[in-house]
Design a protein around this ligand. Structure first.
Ligand code: ATP
Ligand code: MG
Length: 554
């Protein structure tokens, strides 16, 4: 599918190929394994893998695992699963930690070139000495240590002689640079932490700004694509590659992050939602994680098309969540079987239908896609309809059931409401209706018209089912209003209390054999996915993917 949306990085790559600067394009997707991937990462995946595919290049999946205290194998596994599920294949799977020896050597090279020094200032002092946008930085008193002393101290840092935070290795660049990132950035720190890959081999770890360009250079990455918060780091990226005398010279390009309304898009915040029990894990269907969207029922196609439509530009715009919904609706429209499910059941007895009789009716599986064929559904004396398809005292223009009114039952007959029964609390618990055998669907009956068509499920064979209905996780407007009023507040104060609602209803008997991730359109309700964790053959569980209608226009 062609997209009109801009992609300035594609143009750069095209020029680089045409000018002969690169014969082959190599990109990488470099997640830090400190959480599950979210749809913002999906955008980065689509860009990196997509561009390499387009130009017959390669993409590495590289775990940027330089911060052992926050990283975990569970995250590594989930990231691999998600990238594959999105439909991409990596050329090599790599870990930044595989290059720790090489990085250490390059750090020593910097020391020998008097381009790096061991500093004893505390983190707080380093921050103080850095200055600000309006004030130049101050040089550390340790800045002019001799090469020998630096080599000795750095080795002893590596050997575990120093406490966390007591010493760092800093690049020696320029404390008065207008770019704060160049004011002698820290490139190695002491951290006595087990690493998921290298165990206890290291107690010093490279900082992102030092590690990342080296990783890219070692792998021969041609275009290192990241998000705009790293734009100001690019001079440092180039400095590291040049001063470390790397053979391959990768170039960094930045695009704007993807944000979506009514949710949060940061692993740190998503982890808080998980850890503090606001949601049921990283793959909770309300989460904007790839695994949450998958469990909700989103398809890789829908996510890819959505991401492409958001384009690649320098601006990090916030996209309406309705746009994401639009793409899954589009994808499922012709694929999902259209069936009937009752979310809030009300029993109807069809008093003039013979007791004990069951007939099978033809129902088309998808009127927009006739190739999907038809199925047979039972009809008998007792059925379930939705509670809100009956009103005792309807307002004007209510065309569904009320005393004396006639409606069409989808795929079946006209029925007319004769009587309703209430329980002691005054709730309507049962309707008595009559049907007209002449009005059978598909027989071409034209005798009279009715204004309403409602759905139903045969009560004698209905399968009990659970429906999980979702609303947006975060109330954006409420959060913004609170922030603007100057209130102390965080997104956690504005988690939507109605983000999950569970109802117990019924589905057609042929839904007994549904499998995890089967997707359906329940007539008049929306698209639903069979929950992969909690659904059973006795009682299927359906997650609402998206409702049917939207005012969203592309
Ligand atoms: P988060 O802030 O959610 O933790 P991150 O940038 O720290 O995200 P990484 O694991 O470092 O997460 O990200 C891997 C890649 O995904 C990076 O290249 C990053 O730029 C990209 N990425 C992360 N979030 C987004 C987003 N919202 N939109 C586009 N790309 C993103
Ligand atoms: Mg990060």
């Amino acid at each position: 599918m062609e997209h009109n949306s801009s992609n300035f990085i594609r143009n750069i790559i095209k020029e680089d190929i045409e000018s002969g600067k690169h014969k082959e394009i190599i990109t990488r997707f470099p997640p830090e394994p400190n959480g599950y991937l979210h749809i913002g990462h999906a955008k980065s995946i689509v860009i990196n893998f997509g561009l390499a595919d387009e130009f017959n290049g390669k993409t590495n999946l590289r775990f940027d695992d330089t911060n052992p205290s926050k990283e975990d194998q569970e995250y590594v596994d989930s990231i691999k699963e998600d990238v594959q599920w999105l439909g991409f294949e990596w050329d090599s799977m790599l870990y930044a930690s595989n290059y720790f020896d090489e990085m250490y050597k390059r750090a020593i090279l910097l020391i020998k070139k008097e381009k790096a020094y061991v500093d004893d200032l505390t983190a707080e002092q380093i921050r103080e000495f850095r200055g600000s946008l309006t004030e130049p930085g101050k040089e550390s008193p340790y800045r002019n240590r001799s090469i020998e002393e630096n080599l000795d101290l750095f080795e002893r840092m590596k050997n575990g002689e120093f406490e966390n935070g007591s010493k760092v290795l800093r690049a020696k660049i320029d404390m008065s640079s207008p770019n704060l990132n160049l004011r002698d950035p820290v490139i190695y720190r002491v951290s006595h932490a087990e690493h998921h890959n290298t165990g206890d081999k290291w107690c010093i770890y490279p900082m992102y700004d030092f590690a990342h360009p080296l990783e890219d250079a070692i792998e021969g990455i041609t275009h290192s694509i990241c998000t705009t918060e790293f734009e100001d780091h690019r001079p440092l990226y180039d400095w590291v590659v040049a001063e470390c005398e790397m053979e391959n010279v990768p170039r960094q390009y930045e695009f704007g992050r993807l944000n979506i309304t009514n949710t949060v898009m940061s692993k740190r915040k998503l982890k808080q939602l998980v850890d503090e029990g606001y949601v049921d894990g990283w793959d909770d269907p309300r989460m904007p994680t790839v695994s949450g969207l998958r469990r909700r029922g989103y398809t890789p196609e829908a996510i890819r098309e959505f991401v492409k439509e958001t384009g690649v530009s320098k601006n990090s715009g916030t996209v309406e969540s309705a746009m994401l919904e639009h793409f899954v609706r589009e994808d499922l429209k012709l694929k999902a079987l259209r069936t009937m499910g009752i979310l809030r059941p009300l029993k109807v007895v069809i008093t003039n239908y013979p007791e004990g009789q069951v007939e099978m009716l033809d129902a088309e599986n998808n009127p927009e896609n006739p190739e999907m064929g038809t199925r047979q559904i039972p009809f008998s004396r007792e059925i379930y309809i939705e509670q809100d398809d009956f009103m005792e005292n309807p307002p004007k223009k209510y065309f569904r059931l009320f005393p004396g009114n006639e409606v069409r039952l989808k795929h079946a007959y006209f029925i007319k409401c004769e009587e309703f029964i209430k329980d002691e609390e005054g709730n309507v618990v049962e309707l008595h209706c009559t049907y007209d055998p002449e009005t059978k669907s598909g027989t071409g009956f034209t005798g009279r018209k009715v204004k309403g068509t409602i759905h139903w499920v045969d009560a004698s064979q209905a399968v009990p089912a659970e429906f999980r209905l979702y609303e947006p996780l975060i109330k954006d407007e409420e959060l913004e209003a609170a922030e603007q009023s100057g209130e102390e507040t965080t997104f956690l104060d504005h988690v939507n209390p109605n983000s999950l609602q569970i109802v117990q209803g019924f589905v057609e008997p042929n839904m007994k054999d549904v499998k995890a991730h089967d997707k359906f359109q329940f007539f008049r309700h929306g698209y639903f996915n069979v929950d992969p964790k909690n659904s059973t053959p006795e009682k299927p569980v359906f997650n609402l993917i998206v409702s049917l209608k939207s005012s969203f226009k592309l």
